[in-house]
Design a protein around this ligand. Structure first.
Ligand code: GLA
Length: 641
């Protein structure tokens, strides 16, 4: 009897304990930049918010997340939250606490310099606790988050920190059929009378025989490789080709319009760039290996075509002379023979890209094109390059003029130089979105313009995506918003291996790529071409998804909904269908939906709806589209009336 009574009252007798967030295993906390600090700010200074210094708490940087298992044992959580004063008034954050999947606290936007917000939550019975600090949807710079005196009360077991759920790599993209499938974009832009090279992208078993009807004079097709080469017609106009690919398993045919006019990149450029895997370590050998891998991995069969050297091929001041007696820019010793390198890339049917700056130095401190703009560009064309990334960087120190004209000047100058070359060179503006480049980039003849800072320096690809998505009205054929590279697979770092695996959860990688395709973004992978695993390839190489990106109508998806939890994008396509993406950017599984009315379809009409990642038609309900999605996951469909 006594024992029974004791057992019944035991829970009530459990003493109430307290613990601080800093007593828990903070190695489980994700952090957007730097490393979580106990009792100090993210920059290792005293925790200071709204002019007041605190001794207890933790300093982190958005985007930051900690998951805790409470198992109903905790009773309360109290804390002050703010942006650390070390940002000198900059930065803006938003902190949310999820209790068993529901938002129980939302700080709203907290700005640098403001006094801290107070959290005071009752936790009776709560099992799961998630603390999330994000940027306040205005970029992620200076988002130094302090949790001041974060205290739990509990009885029995103290809260346990959990790592991020370990998500399996589930491949969604089905393998391509063995029979031929032509993956060409429906349209290619070129200018009259220029050297031309195009490797017709097609999946299916080899050997494969290619043929083309309607080839204009000056172009020839190699039937076994599918390389179209020669010179573009001297006459402007649209040349309609009918391509065929045949192998032992069957035949595929597709139309291709060659638009000979003034505009290149009528669909967003696709390829690979060396920056985020090789940085300053890039070599001729690495570039050749990337070209080899683009073919061997099958990426080229899906339309990836540019093999682009980023920064670090010219010389630094220490390696002077920087130019020869005639002023021709000199490469560093990692690039012994540029024409041989581009010939190698071209021998695979692929195109080659190069990088420079309008300033005296590139961002990494190598020779830039300043006062040698024409000479360097002509050198690039002579070397055989087909793509130029033109990166503002040290131009900042030599720029003259004011306002937009100051920003536009070097880009307009380069646009004119490129126009006069005996070579079609796709032109990529890189100046991080200054002066709303999307409003005037096309006037400089830019084919694509970076809209934000470097994605690799951001705490999450989502920040870049959100910033770029809102610019949908500015994209059009030949002129694209460029949200930077596809940073998945193995990415370069300073570890002994020189690379690390991408940490974006697998399902979210499909959202990343899906979002890029809906945004008609250039599809430029910048991870390791020599370590392409099946999962990464399944994200990069889904023909139906890529055809949304490469759609000839050339419209960027309109943002229909953009809340903290869910995004809905819709991209009109040339055949009258639309591509729709539903994204869950919340912290917990949720059902994201959009009514047919919202999507511009009359309800009751019979629609064909196809899940593009899984490449299969799906059944939908009569009122609209819906999907139950894990955090970070998406559903991207194409809908035909
Ligand atoms: C800038 C660009 C990057 C990369 C580096 C090279 O940061 O935005 O994409 O080209 O320069 O130094």
């Amino acid at each position: 009897m006594v024992a029974l009574t004791l057992a019944l009252v035991a829970p009530l007798l459990q003493p109430i304990d307290t613990c601080s967030l800093s007593d828990l295993d903070l190695s489980k906390m994700t952090v957007g930049w730097g490393k979580v600090r106990v009792g100090r700010s993210i920059e290792d200074k005293p925790l200071t918010v709204g002019g007041k210094v605190y001794t207890a708490g933790i300093g982190t940087h958005a985007a930051s997340r900690l998951r805790l298992r409470l198992d109903g044992k905790a009773t309360s959580f109290r804390c002050l939250i703010g942006v650390d004063d070390e940002t000198q008034g900059r930065g803006s954050i938003r902190v949310r606490v999820y209790l068993d999947g529901k938002v129980a606290f939302d700080s709203g936007t907290l700005k640098g310099g403001a006094p801290p917000a107070q959290v005071d939550l009752k936790l009776g019975g709560v099992k799961d606790f998630i603390l999330v600090a994000s940027g306040a949807n205005d970029g992620i710079d200076y988002d130094h988050v302090d949790f001041i005196e974060p205290t739990f009360t509990f009885s029995g077991a103290r809260p346990a920190a959990l790592g991020e759920p370990d998500e399996k790599e589930v491949i969604l993209t089905p393998p391509p059929p063995k029979s031929p499938r032509l993956n060409t974009a429906p349209v290619i832009g070129c200018t009259p009378g220029k050297p031309f090279l195009y490797r017709i992208p097609a999946t299916g078993v080899r050997p494969m025989r290619f043929s083309a009807q309607g080839l204009p004079k000056g172009l020839i097709l190699d039937a076994s490789t599918g390389f179209l080469s020669g010179r573009t017609p001297a006459q402007k106009g649209t040349y309609r080709l009918r391509l065929s690919a045949r192998n032992a398993k069957g035949l595929d045919q597709k139309s291709l319009s060659l638009k000979v006019g003034d505009t290149l990149a009528l669909t967003p450029p696709m390829g690979w760039n060396s920056w985020y895997i090789h940085y300053g370590r890039v070599t001729d050998k690495a570039m050749r290996a990337a070209a080899d891998a683009m073919v061997k991995s099958g990426m080229a069969d899906f339309g990836y075509q540019y093999v682009n050297i980023d920064d670090c091929w010219p010389r630094t001041q220490r390696e002077a002379p920087l130019r020869d007696e005639s002023g021709t820019v000199l490469c560093n010793d990692k690039f012994p023979d540029m024409p041989a390198l581009t010939s190698y890339i071209h021998s695979k049917g692929l195109l080659a890209g190069i990088y420079t700056s309008p300033g005296p130095w590139t961002c990494a401190g190598f020779t830039g094109a300043w006062q040698h703009e024409r000479q360097d560009t002509e050198t690039f064309a002579r070397w055989g390059f087909d793509f130029l990334k033109y990166d503002w960087c040290s131009y900042e120190n030599v720029a003259t003029g004011t306002g937009i004209e100051r920003l536009k000047k070097p880009y307009a100058q380069m646009g004119e130089i490129l126009k006069g070359l005996d070579r079609d060179v796709v032109y990529n503006l890189c100046q991080y979105g200054m002066g709303d480049v999307w409003k005037w980039g096309a006037e400089t003849r830019g084919n694509c313009w970076r809209t934000t800072g470097d994605l690799g320096n951001m705490s999450s690809w989502r920040d870049v995506a959100f910033a770029n998505a809102r610019l949908w009205p500015y994209a059009k054929p030949g002129h694209w918003n460029d949200p930077d590279y596809l940073l998945i697979g193995w990415i370069g770092d300073s570890s002994p291996l020189g690379r690390r695996k991408c940490t974006i959860p697998p399902a979210e990688q499909y959202s990343y790529m899906g979002m890029w395709c809906l945004m008609a973004a250039p599809l430029i992978f910048s991870g390791d071409m020599e370590r392409l695993d099946p999962f990464t390839l399944s994200v990069l190489c889904n023909a139906e998804m890529i055809s949304v990106d490469q759609d000839p109508l050339g419209r960027q998806a309109k943002v229909l909904r953009a809340t903290d939890e869910e995004w809905v994008l819709q991209k009109p396509l040339a055949d009258g269908s639309t591509a729709i993406g539903l994204f869950n950017f919340g912290e917990v599984e949720r059902t994201v939906s959009a009514t047919w009315k919202e999507l511009g379809y009359l309800s009751g009409k019979k629609l064909r709806v196809r899940d593009l990642w899984r490449q299969k038609d799906i059944r939908t309900i009569s009122t609209g589209l819906y999907a139950t999605l894990k955090p970070g996951a998406c559903l991207v469909v194409r809908v035909w009336e």
